[in-house]
Design a protein around this ligand. Structure first.
Ligand SMILES: O=C([O-])CC(=O)C(=O)O
Ligand SMILES: [Mg+2]
Length: 216
C-alpha cells in the first residue's frame, strides 16, 4: 500500500456522497432539483491514489466517470449550522465518483440499493490532499475532466443546488462526520462512459490535477 493511500485509509473513514447536486445536470437529465440533498456512501476500500488504476468491476459493461469536489472534515461534526460549517472543513481532494452505470440503472429500475454500483474497489480515485487555503473560493471553483485529452466535464462549483455548507450541515443532522471523512459534493453535467485503456485527467482549476487509467 502506498504511503498516501495508507494515510487516506487511516484518517479517511467514511465517504459520504451527495448526488444530483448540479443544476446543469438535473436540467440536462430533465429531472426536478431534489428538495433535500440525496445521499449515499462509499467504503474506504474504494479509495485509490495516482499510480493505481481503476478496475472495471466484474460484469460491468458501462463504467461512468464523475468528477467531484471532495471536502475533508477536520473534527467531529454533528448538528452543525450552515454558518459554522467552515470550521469543520480541513481541506479538499479532487475525486472521481466512478459508477458502474449498468448496475446503477438496474438497481434504480428495481428499487434496489446503489451500494455495489458506487462502492466497488477503486471506485473513489482521489488527488493529493489540498490545503484549505489553496481553495479560498470553493463555492466558485472550476472542476474539469478530460478523457484521452477530450474535455467532457467543465463547470464551476457555483452551479451546485445545495452549497458545500448546506450539504455538510444537512449530513451532520443525521450522520456524525469524523476527522478525515470525505464528503463528495456531486458531479456536474457531462458524466459519461470510459473503457479499458482510456486515461482520465481531471483538475480543480489550476490548483491540482490528476490522471487515472482504466484497466480490466
Ligand atoms: O451517479 C449519479 O447518477 C448521481 C451522482 O453520483 C451525482 O450526481 O454525482
Ligand atoms: Mg456522484
Amino acid at each position: 500500500m502506498t504511503e498516501r493511500l495508507k494515510q487516506f485509509r487511516e484518517i479517511g473513514k467514511k465517504v459520504v456522497a451527495v448526488c444530483r447536486n448540479y443544476k446543469g445536470l438535473t436540467a440536462a437529465q430533465g429531472i426536478p432539483n431534489p428538495k433535500t440533498p440525496s445521499l449515499f456512501a462509499k467504503p474506504t476500500t474504494a479509495y485509490i491514489t495516482e499510480g493505481q488504476s481503476i478496475r472495471i468491476p466484474e460484469g460491468c459493461n458501462l463504467l461512468y466517470h464523475e468528477v467531484e469536489l471532495g471536502v475533508v472534515i477536520n473534527q467531529n461534526c454533528s448538528n452543525v449550522a450552515v454558518s459554522d460549517v467552515d470550521d469543520y472543513i480541513g481541506g479538499f481532494v479532487l475525486a472521481l465518483d466512478m459508477t458502474a452505470k449498468d448496475f446503477h440503472n438496474e438497481a434504480k429500475a428495481n428499487s434496489r440499493p446503489w451500494f455495489l454500483s458506487k462502492g466497488f474497489d477503486t471506485s473513489c480515485p482521489v488527488s493529493d490532499f489540498i490545503k484549505k487555503e489553496k481553495v479560498p473560493n470553493y463555492q466558485d471553483v472550476r472542476l474539469w475532466l478530460k478523457v484521452d485529452g477530450v474535455i467532457k466535464q467543465d463547470d464551476s462549483t457555483s452551479d451546485m443546488i445545495f452549497s458545500v455548507p448546506e450539504v455538510i450541515s444537512y449530513i451532520s443532522k443525521y450522520i456524525t462526520l469524523e476527522e478525515g471523512d470525505v464528503v463528495l459534493t456531486g458531479t456536474p453535467d457531462g458524466q459519461g462512459p470510459v473503457t479499458e485503456g482510456q486515461i482520465m485527467e481531471a483538475g480543480l482549476a489550476d490548483i491540482v490535477s490528476m490522471k487515472f487509467s482504466v484497466a480490466k
